[in-house]
Ligand binder design. Structure first.
Ligand SMILES: Nc1ncnc2c1ncn2[C@@H]1O[C@H](COP(=O)(O)OP(=O)(O)OP(=O)(O)O)[C@@H](O)[C@H]1O
Ligand SMILES: [Mg+2]
Length: 415
């Protein structure tokens, strides 16, 4: 069958693309990388993914909502989580997600791809051991889900195959900047317009860092919300006054805290903090978030607020559920300040892939959802002369389209 398939399994969104003979891109679809497993007495018989998973979670249906599996792949302490009294490893979670994804692919195009090109970030983690673990887990999850031939390809390398139309004969060296939900990746490419197919592109360097837009949401929650939840309060312990443990605030501000829900005694711990604290009202709110598993809903609100940010305008992010009322305010400037340490790290990684020779680059292409953050756009335009920087209009799909094109160029047919 002359069909070629690429899967971009993203931290936030998963995109599948297919192309046909002659390398023409046929179609793509995307879903959020989320799972919802309804509560049952024992075991897992039903799984929802994408929009359906989000809807179940939003409607407060009983069950487990899982977000950002990709970020947990590099977590060496994650052995399994317990869902419906059943131990589930990360690879098994991947299988649950991919089994549903395969059904969607079949419903969309009536195909069951066995061979695919699978995107992966340049670095799941800057720690080599964790990075290796994540790569291994990703591959075995796909294998366990029934994919037979899996060709991994760095996501920004895939993206580079998509931008031919944005380049001219003078653009001999270009840089792809792919800023996603969990990772930021960079590829430096030499482009030869006279070359054939994939031979037009020579990869000169790739680098990446495990920081993306989802980390920004967490930082916004940590700096704007945790003071309202008593992060600077103290509590009494055996005659001493101690500060509230920082790790609790870090934990609740995380998209991917699959492990964290396993701690059954956390609620009891909070009862102690509440009654011995200098800010009982704030600690009560913190407890409500934990008990009702609200942090992903709050992060979702923050994410929407982040997407609305523009210019001077003040964005109000309010949350009112389970008798919990919270209000956060954000402007672009405040957001830029909160994320500045992480944007510095992202830009430093970009500089290192170029060996800081910014002037050698003819064109820069910004892609991935986080490339919409205006502070980042401004900072990237500030280091290159601004006419060189292009914003990818199809930023959700470019990677998966590039993966499908790579499959075509290398004759990796779906069966
Ligand atoms: N308009 C916007 N403004 C700011 N951020 C945005 C906007 N649109 C999307 N994002 C952010 O982009 C991120 C998702 O981007 P993308 O779909 O490229 O990531 P991904 O491919 O799932 O992740 P990764 O490549 O890191 O695995 C999210 O953090 C999302 O909040
Ligand atoms: Mg991505």
């Amino acid at each position: 069958m002359n069909i070629y398939c690429g899967i971009d399994f993203g931290t936030t969104n998963t995109v599948v693309s297919i192309c046909g003979k002659n390398g023409q891109l046929v179609d793509s679809f995307s879903i959020s990388t989320t799972l919802f497993i309804p509560e049952e007495n024992q075991g897992i018989t039903k799984v929802y993914i994408g929009d359906e998973a989000v809807a179940h979670y939003e409607e407060n249906r009983p069950g487990r909502y899982i977000h950002s599996i990709k970020r947990s792949l590099s977590d060496k302490y994650f052995k399994y989580t317990v869902i419906n009294r059943t131990r589930v490893t990360l690879e098994e979670l991947l299988v649950l997600f991919l089994t549903e994804l395969k059904k969607m692919i079949h419903a969309q195009w009536s195909i069951t791809p066995e061979n695919i090109v699978l995107g992966r970030p340049v670095k799941f983690s800057v720690d080599g051991e964790r990075d290796k673990l994540a790569k291994k887990r990703l591959k075995s999850g796909f294998e366990m889900a029934g994919f037979k031939g899996i060709t991994p390809l760095e996501e920004p390398v895939a993206a580079s195959l998509c931008f031919e139309n944005s380049l001219t004969v003078n653009d001999r060296k270009f840089l792809i900047v792919d800023l996603g939900g969990g990772t930021s990746d960079f590829t430096l490419v030499s482009y030869d317009p006279a070359g054939e197919g994939i031979g037009k592109y020579k990869i000169n360097g790739v680098d990446g860092i495990d920081i993306g837009g989802d980390n920004f949401d967490e930082d916004v929650m940590l700096s704007t919300l945790s003071p309202q939840l008593g992060s600077s309060a103290t509590y009494e312990s055996y005659g001493n006054r101690l500060p509230m443990p920082v790790h609790i605030y870090r934990d609740i501000c995380k998209w991917n805290k699959i492990r964290w829900y396993d701690k059954k005694d956390l609620a009891q711990e909070f009862t102690d903090y509440q009654y011995k604290s200098s800010a009982p009202g704030s600690i009560k709110k913190l407890k409500q978030i934990i008990e009702n598993k609200l942090s992903q809903k709050i992060l979702e609100k923050i994410r929407m607020g982040k997407h609305e940010l523009a210019g001077e305008q003040l964005v109000q992010i309010d949350f009112d559920e389970h008798e919990l009322e919270l209000l956060m305010e954000l402007t672009e400037d405040r957001f830029a300040e909160i994320i500045s340490e992480k944007t510095d790290q992202i830009l430093a990684t970009m500089g290192s892939v170029l060996d800081h020779k910014y002037q050698d680059v003819d064109k820069v292409i910004l892609t991935g959802g986080t490339s919409k953050v205006s502070d980042i756009q401004t900072r990237v335009r500030g280091v290159f002369s601004s006419g060189k920087v292009l914003q990818d209009k199809d930023f959700y799909n470019s990677i998966s389209k590039g993966l499908a094109l790579y499959a075509y160029y290398n004759d990796i047919k779906i069966v």
